[in-house]
Design a protein around this ligand. Structure first.
Ligand SMILES: Nc1ncnc2c1ncn2[C@@H]1O[C@H](COP(=O)(O)OP(=O)(O)OP(=O)(O)O)[C@@H](O)[C@H]1O
Length: 507
């Protein structure tokens, strides 16, 4: 018997069908992948299954019985839980405290107060049955990204979860960190838990799943056995179009080409960046790779002026920047595409147009008022160019799917005609087609004499698009490599030297 059957489900926002006549079934113990372009309706289905949205048509059966999932608690009571890419943990709470949040605490013998002993026992049993080795005394902040994901999964399993929905679970994990998660998924499915795995990462989908359901524009394009399909066929089904071969050209410039960015022996006040030196020249895409905790994001923030420097120098187009702020960075046409776009790059209550033109509003103003027609035309052309799926430029960004929000962040950056793009995981949560498009756009930017410094936890992505790569570990530059035939293993070996040799080596 199927664990879950979704039958002809509809969901409407206004007159727009986010889901139309969607049907799928999930079996106990299977990994069922859900894929589709940005805006295809994946998150909407997750929200229906977890009781966030009511459905507008269709039915849901759970273990053969019709159910109505009215709110998140009723989903949890059935045994349906979700782990989202933006983690829902309280940073200063210990693993135990986070684990027990929202649980029905067992009462102690006196009848009031919590029976901590039995709670701990239950935790230990669960950890043992899933082979999880995690120190729950550490706070969420002290845990590494995969440890935090593990903690969330453990929390879901405390509630006797039978369908675990993982929404882009590896989005900010490196390949090695993702391995830990994959092992855990195997243990869960071996114990009979079903996984609905939502991801844009094709390699993972093919590695983990038994079956794959494809959504296209809110409709079911098909459910396939993994064994009978391949990546190209899947993308064809997602887009209804032929797959275009990526034609990405590397560019190797010499040191006579003017530098756009030079960082010398930079260290931040908070010690996250300890000693970083690097150069990015006109026309280059430079990759920055390091394992979690290597200070990649922090370095980009220091260059952008949002994280104070204690030592060292940052030069943009040969101008030394002292005590600068993000406003100074913007004036020098340096843009940052931050990792946390919801928190840092977009104002959720504003429209797409307002978000995109906010930093450059003066361009559309004659000093007295904003020329709306010029503003709207330009916004529309960027939205078309980036293929933002929305009802129009006046739609609020909070109503867009995650990947479409990322496209708005990109368009916003491009509008300010940057000389230096600082990109922190810019393709996180975007579909494979948009990912190629973003790579192409970055290359195009460098043709206009700008430069790109690119951080991604996906090492293959760094190798695909960077002309040169810096490897960073624990806030220190370990190596500078020309990306001409280097292998992932070589880069990982450098990372695992763990700073034993902090000399900069030239490859
Ligand atoms: N609250 C809302 N109000 C209006 N429209 C919405 C709302 N939530 C989602 N939508 C629309 O429903 C459609 C499906 O969005 P959904 O977030 O489910 O896509 P997705 O497949 O998860 O995309 P992504 O891969 O980018 O996360 C999109 O067109 C989106 O704009």
């Amino acid at each position: 018997m199927s664990l879950l059957k979704v039958k002809e489900v509809d969901k409407k926002f206004g007159s727009h069908y986010a889901l139309s006549k969607i049907s799928l079934d999930i079996q106990p113990g299977e990994v069922h992948a859900l894929v589709g372009e940005n805006g295809a309706g994946k998150s909407t289905l997750i929200k229906i299954l977890t009781g966030v949205y009511p459905l507008d048509g269709g039915e849901i059966d759970w273990k053969g019985k019709r159910v109505t999932i009215t709110d998140p608690n009723s989903a949890r009571r059935l045994g349906i839980n979700v782990v989202h890419q933006d983690r829902h943990l309280i940073p200063s709470f210990s693993g135990y405290e986070n684990l027990y949040l929202g649980l029905d605490y067992p009462k102690n013998r006196v009848g009031f107060g919590v029976d901590w002993k039995s709670l701990k026992q239950r935790t230990e049993q669960l950890k043992e049955s899933l082979g999880i080795d995690l120190d729950l005394k550490k706070t969420a902040t002290e845990m590494s990204p995969p440890e935090r994901t593990t903690l969330e999964i453990l929390r879901a399993m405390m509630l006797d979860c039978q369908l675990l929905i993982l929404d882009e679970p590896t989005a900010s994990l490196t390949d090695q960190e993702s391995e830990m998660l994959f092992q855990l998924i195997h243990k869960l499915t071996a114990n009979g838990t079903a996984i609905l795995y939502v991801s844009h990462r094709m390699d993972e989908i093919f590695r983990l799943s038994d079956r794959i359901t494809v959504f296209r524009n809110g409709q079911l394009a098909g459910t396939l056995q993994k064994a009978g399909t391949d990546k190209e066929a899947l993308i064809r089904l997602m887009t209804n179009a032929e797959v275009k071969k990526s034609t990405f050209q590397k560019r190797f410039v010499d040191d006579t080409v003017p530098s756009v960015l030079t960082v010398s022996h930079a260290a931040t006040m908070d010690g996250k960046v300890k000693d970083v030196s690097l150069t990015v020249r006109q026309g280059e895409i430079v990759g920055l790779f390091g394992l979690a905790g290597s200070g990649r994001t922090e370095l980009l923030e220091a260059i952008y002026g949002s994280r104070p420097l204690k030592r060292g120098e940052v030069n943009i187009e040969n101008n030394r920047l002292r005590a600068f702020t993000p406003r100074d960075a913007l004036n020098r046409r340096v843009v940052l595409i931050p990792e946390d776009r919801r928190g840092d790059a977009l104002i959720m209550g504003m429209t797409i147009r307002e978000n995109m033109t906010l930093p450059v509003l003066h361009q559309y103003s004659n000093g007295i008022k904003v020329t709306e027609s010029k503003e709207k035309t330009e916004v529309k052309s960027w939205m078309d160019f980036m293929k933002v799926k929305a009802t129009g430029s006046e739609q609020s960004v909070q109503e867009l799917s995650g990947g479409n929000q990322q496209k708005v962040v990109f368009a916003k950056a491009l509008l300010s005609k940057p000389v230096l793009f600082l990109c922190d995981e810019p393709t996180q949560a975007v579909d494979v087609m948009t990912r190629d498009e973003i790579h192409r756009l970055l290359r195009e930017q460098t043709n206009q004499e700008s430069a790109v410094l690119f951080v991604s936890s996906d090492l293959q992505e760094v190798l695909d698009i960077a002309d040169r790569i810096y490897v960073q570990h624990d806030g220190v530059t370990l190596a500078e490599l020309v990306n001409d035939g280097i292998t992932p293993e070589e880069i990982l070996n450098i990372c695992y030297q763990q700073g034993k040799d902090s000399e900069v080596t030239h490859g």
